[in-house]
Design a protein around this ligand. Structure first.
Ligand SMILES: Nc1ncnc2c1ncn2[C@@H]1O[C@H](COP(=O)(O)OP(=O)(O)O)[C@@H](O)[C@H]1O
Ligand SMILES: [Mg+2]
Length: 239
């Protein structure tokens, strides 16, 4: 087994105009890892995901997936290399049906010999099966998040990046989504990077956590250890 990380972020710096929003961010995510990226509002979490997926240009640093440099690739190329992104709010298109939303995700599929079929993805989300022909606008918040995740999985990614999937969801539904991510990792070998402000919830389901503070990795470690570390919790995680 290789010890090389599946996803390696090396010294990533990004700006909005003159303002540095990511400052020398380095993090490694192993194959089949389930990692949390935590931090307060404005810490740079969304910018990190957008920079990883080619939606925002890094000023310097590198993003490597299985050793391949993705840093300068446009977003539509990044996804075919295996990095899929569920944006904040999910980005479901409410004017389309559940099935149409999922099929959109399939447009980015990279490997035609080994496709994640529509049916395979549907099997992961029983609540979506009966709503298949319904407008996505009829879905609950949790179901929309499932649909957003399903759509990203249609591209058969190696790494799934999620931006605050718990936002606006009730605690019980949040728990279901987090558990779903762990099951996906356990059963399909997917690697997951979960960006969250809900630090306690995210740390209870992940293996490893990175804490962003003002665009820098302030601390990182096994999730259990971060949960138990009063100083980190008080200083950065707000609980
Ligand atoms: N499009 C933008 N233009 C200018 N500044 C931005 C933009 N998006 C985010 N920022 C700023 O960048 C910083 C990091 O934001 P963001 O990555 O959204 O953080 P988080 O997702 O952790 O809340 C914040 O100070 C925010 O105000
Ligand atoms: Mg954000």
């Amino acid at each position: 087994m290789s010890t090389e990380p599946l996803l390696s972020v090396q010294g990533l710096t990004a700006h909005y105009g003159p303002v540095r929003v990511l400052d020398d961010v380095s993090l490694d995510v192993p194959d089949r890892g389930l990692c949390a990226v935590l931090g307060a509002n404005g810490a740079g979490k969304t910018t990190l995901l957008r920079t990883l997926t080619g939606l925002h240009r890094a000023t310097s640093g590198r993003v490597l997936l299985e050793g391949e440099d993705l840093t300068r690739l446009p977003a539509e190329k990044v996804i075919t290399r295996g990095l899929a992104h569920v944006p904040e709010g999910g980005g479901v298109i409410v004017e389309l049906t559940v099935e149409e939303n999922l099929r959109l995700g399939g447009l980015w599929r990279s490997d035609r010999r080994d496709r994640t079929t529509f049916d395979e993805v549907m099997d992961l989300f029983p609540p979506l099966v009966e709503r298949r022909t319904k407008s996505a606008s009829t879905l609950s918040g949790g179901e929309r998040q499932m649909l957003a995740i399903g759509r990203a999985l249609m591209a058969r990614p190696k790494v799934l990046l999620l931006d605050e999937p718990s936002l606006g969801l009730a605690p019980l539904i949040t728990k279901q989504i987090f558990t779903l991510l762990r099951d996906l990792r356990d059963h399909t070998g997917l690697t997951v990077v979960l960006v969250e402000q809900n630090a306690a919830g995210a740390l209870s389901v992940t293996d490893h956590g990175f804490v962003l503070n003002q665009g820098r990795v302030a601390t990182e470690g096994p999730s259990e250890g971060l949960l138990a570390d009063d100083r980190t919790r008080h200083a950065y995680l707000g609980f």
